[in-house]
Design a protein around this ligand. Sequence first.
Ligand code: ADP
Ligand code: MG
Length: 365
Amino acid sequence: MAEITLKGLAHSYVAAPRGAEDYAIREMDHVWQQGGAYALLGPSGCGKSTLLNIISGLLSPSRGEVLFDGQTVNDLPPEARNIAQVFQFPVVYDTMTVRDNLAFPLRNVGASEAHVAERVKEVAEVLELTDQLGRKAKNLTADEKQKVSMGRGLVRDDVSAILFDEPLTVIDPQLKWKLRRKLKEIHKRFAITMVYVTHDQLEASTFADKIAVMYEGQVVQFGTPSELFETPNHTFVGYFIGSPGMNFLDVAVRDGRVMAGEIPLPVSEALCAAVAEAETTNVKLGIRPEFVEVHDAPVEGGMQARVEHIQDLGTYSIIDLRLGDMPLKARIDEDQPPPGEIAYLRFPGERVGLYVDEFRVEVQA
Ligand code: ADP
Ligand code: MG
């Protein structure tokens, strides 16, 4: 078991990379602590698989170091790194039985047959494969094969870490939910470092204690699900986490006031000063739909907005608004009466984030 440190890591698949856009992994540092249950969350193509393959040693990074418990492993081949990896699509030996498939990683490292039998039994029970142990893998369904594939990843209890690369993609939704619970159980029982790759925020937050959000080859935030929700560090996190994502308004200071287009925003002096000081025109104010206060009559400091659409989702509604010419979403609970054609909005100071060149800057509310 190990703490995994990535130091100054960068990777390009291009022989002579020119700019940042030629890098699948852009210069990054990161630590996965021993025993954590982590998710690596990001859209397709952001570099998740590349990162896992660098950790497991299937891929050698262009620059930087991979350390296990402080020791560099860059020169170690995958076998010597003691990492189990489960891929998106099943990796099983068709001609072997389920039992032999599960036993394979253990026999490979010379485990005693008594230990093999014990672990195979245990893993098969967890994954509900006990009845299938005698069957040839080629006769299994895609779901069952992927369960075997996961079992092969879980069967060794002496690995440094287990890496899962979108392992539930081919599994049907019902079973998916169940397997994710099981993985969580297994994690609790064995305290092995687990990194679970997904592009699904729900999957990430049900599995992981801490989520690394990846965007364009970098981890832009590493935090608990509630940290990602409450204080997104990067506009991408705001937009990607939450449903719908965070609202972002382009802002600038004019005549001493923070303006979103033609609309003056009633915000704190500190925020106004921070916007004025920014050395770029890429300045955005972020607020989550949940935190936009919606009133159906004028209120002090309220900004008038047009109500374009209200979507009733049972316990809450999503309101599409237009503030000046900018679209904005708000979420209200079912017990709040929906506004008419005009709504009056307030942004509570402590719920507003300021983003300069896409990264959040701290401002006193
Ligand atoms: P993810 O797993 O997040 O979908 P990947 O790590 O697979 O992302 O890919 C990151 C980027 O690297 C993408 O732009 C992808 O096209 C590119 N890439 C991935 N694998 C290769 C490869 N073997 N050769 C060249 N480019 C690759
Ligand atoms: Mg991938």
